[in-house]
Write a protein that binds this ligand. Structure first.
Ligand code: FAD
Length: 604
């Protein structure tokens, strides 16, 4: 294996986004020796990009809000495929986690009487998103870091983990390399929390940072854990479509929360034509009612006879509406639709409530959003699927291996509501850190490391340097993105998915022969090659699960099975696991919902 350094910790956390930081704070506060590893610089995790806010039923703007309403909204948004217990814990604990963040110094926007202000977002019945303008993620990371730094954790930055290590059926540590020097490093630990984020980089048009390559999902899968709900990839309805260099960059749902409307090339507001039956009772059928609702809800004077605007339907519905308008030839010049805030709010309001959006369009697109509409279209954004974990503890089926945040599955079901990720990071980051900490405390000694396993991990990492010829990893990544965009995208069919899988198989073969030049010192081709292994695993899991789920539900839309199945597929989650050297996909039953929880779901 050559030379490598070894670091020993009770718990290591892989990933320093919201979930990883919150987990690390919890485990450290138990008096444990904690290591936090991340592949970018601390403070640069993808979470800093979060814009619109964090969902929590604080009831500051609408006193009628409480955990039950939030729980109901989340389950409905997820089309009831969520693990109910996770959705319940999330709704119950989110307010405490947000208040705690404020105690730790986060400066949220405020109501007139000085409490945390909350804004409207898709699928949330009441104004619920605590926010800091449209830069909420940045404030969250700043606060968690500042607080976490004092708990004594050790941080390893620009270090990529490529393999988890095991002792029997439990984890024993992780193998990785320093991105700068290329030198190997081994972490020996009793418990591991994966908090590595999403997989948006598998798609050509996406809103994600370069880090989002499905590493944690792939690491867990290779170590024997299961992936679940991988067919559910959220396409956010509003990504930039122009100019091409920034296509996919996110426009926060907060624009619609502040009154923005979606229009087609004829200036018609499109969403009234796409009200999903599940939401028909609570959605305004006319522009007059929709606008009245907006005015009332932002002033805290809800009237139950005035219903929500369809511009704030859940993301799966809005993304498919835009897709349909463009397909019918009613799109904007660059293949999207228009998002108009200019005629809805004053320039001063827009600059105050949506400063990042204002600058983003000014700088990247030369568009002044206080005067003109934006052009928007769907962009691959968030993975509901991920590592299957126990709802109470966040532990996977591998002992000592925990997961939290976007890389874990279960909380969001078939479709995530906006704002429910930042709250997920805080709630389940804490729970994962707590249970990883308890697990570590139950084990007096550090597990032993297996030299053969370390040797294999080193050889796997070095193999591409030893080949004489082979494809270029950047080229393969472009092909992968094209394949996923075309065949495993927003609308799916059996034929497309099968073709997608065929192409993925061929990419997998070719990726095994990648050759890279140069040495290990900051070698971007090498980083890319390692990412490709992970991207191919999560892409295959997504395509296989999508092929198996013969219905349309939430973010998963099948042209050949357009209906939502009320029987079979309403009751199963799909899991992928490694079986020998191949991927096995299987259906598992949803956990039964207890009577008292059913009652909460049925109340309205
Ligand atoms: P991340 O923040 O993605 O962090 C992952 C960490 O893992 C990083 O530190 C990375 O370096 C590390 N890592 C990854 N792989 C490895 C490896 N192999 N070895 C070592 N380290 C590794 N959600 C909301 O609720 N509200 C919003 O307003 C909102 N706005 C968003 C705006 C944008 C533009 C985007 C793209 C998403 C938004 N989301 C929002 C979603 C939300 O931001 C993400 O789901 C969430 O931040 C994910 O956090 P995380 O802690 O799971 O992972």
């Amino acid at each position: 294996a050559g030379n490598y350094e070894t670091h020993e910790h009770d718990v290591i956390i892989i990933g320093a986004g919201g979930a990883g930081l919150r987990a690390a704070i919890e485990a450290s506060s138990m008096g444990l020796n904690v290591g936090l590893v991340c592949k970018s610089l601390l403070g640069k995790a993808h979470t800093v990009m979060a814009e619109g806010g964090v969902a929590a039923a604080l009831g500051n703007v609408e006193p009628k809000d409480n955990w039950k309403v939030h729980f109901r909204d989340t389950m409905k948004g997820g089309r009831y495929l969520n693990q109910w217990r996770m959705a319940q814990l999330h709704a119950m604990e989110a307010p405490d986690r947000v208040n705690e963040l404020e105690e730790w110094g986060a400066l949220f926007d405020r109501t007139a009487d000085g409490r945390i202000l909350q804004r409207n977002f898709g699928g949330h019945k009441y104004p619920r998103l605590a926010h800091v303008g449209d830069r909420t993620g940045l404030e969250m990371i700043r606060t968690l870091q500042q607080h976490g730094i004092h708990t004594g954790m050790k941080v390893y930055m620009e270090c990529t983990v490529t393999r988890l290590l095991k002792a029997g059926d439990a984890v024993s540590g992780a193998f990785g390399y320093w991105r700068e020097s290329g030198r190997f490093v081994v972490f020996r630990a009793k418990a591991i929390v994966l908090a590595t984020g999403g997989i948006g980089r598998a798609f050509k048009i996406n809103s994600n940072s370069w880090e989002c390559t499905g590493d944690g999902q792939a690491l867990a899968y290779l170590a024997g854990a299961e992936l679940m709900d991988m067919e559910f990839m959220q396409f956010h309805p509003t990504g930039m479509v122009w100019p091409p260099s920034v296509r996919g960059t996110l426009i926060t749902e907060g624009v619609r929360g502040e009154g923005g409307t979606l229009r087609n090339k004829d200036q018609k507001r499109i969403m009234f034509d796409y009200i999903h039956p599940l939401y028909a009772n609570e959605t305004a059928p006319t522009e007059e009612e929709a606008d009245r609702w907006l005015a009332l809800s932002t002033s805290g004077q809800m009237d139950k006879n005035v219903r929500r605007t369809p511009d704030l339907l859940p993301r799966d519905i809005v993304a498919r509406a835009i897709h349909a308008e463009v397909k019918a030839g009613r799109g904007s010049p660059h293949g999207g639709v228009f998002l108009d805030i200019a005629t809805r709010r004053t320039p001063a309001d827009i600059k105050r409530k949506l400063p990042a959006m204002y600058h983003q369009f000014k700088e990247l697109g030369d568009v002044d959003i206080t005067k003109e509409p934006m052009e928007v279209g769907p962009t691959a954004h968030y993975t509901m699927g991920g590592i299957r974990v126990d709802s109470e503890t966040q532990q996977s089926r591998v002992k000592g291996l925990f997961a939290a945040g976007e890389c874990a599955a279960g909380m969001h079901g078939a479709n995530r509501l906006g704002g429910n990720s930042l709250s997920d990071l805080l709630v389940f980051g804490r729970i994962a850190g707590l249970h990883a900490g308890r697990y570590a405390k139950e084990h007096a000694n550090l597990p032993s490391l297996d030299a053969g396993e370390i040797q294999d991990a080193a050889q796997e990492a070095l193999a591409p340097f030893n080949r004489h010829e082979g494809p270029n990893p950047f080229q393969l990544h472009e092909e992968l993105k094209e394949t996923m965009q075309t065949y495993v995208g927003i609308i799916r069919t059996e034929e497309d998915l099968s073709e997608g899988l065929r192409q993925l198989e061929s990419l997998k073969e070719r990726s095994r022969t990648i050759r890279i030049d140069g040495n290990r010192h900051y070698n971007s081709g090498w980083h890319e090659t390692i990412d490709m292994r992970n991207l191919l695993i999560v892409s295959e899991a997504m395509a296989r699960a999508a092929l198996l789920r013969k219905e349309s539900r939430g973010a998963h839309a099948r042209d050949d099975f357009p209906e939502t199945d009320k029987e079979h597929f309403a009751k199963v989650n799909i899991v992928s696991r490694l079986h020998g050297s191949t991927m096995e996909v299987a259906e598992i039953d949803l956990p039964p919902v207890p009577a008292e929880i059913k009652k909460v779901l049925e109340e309205e």
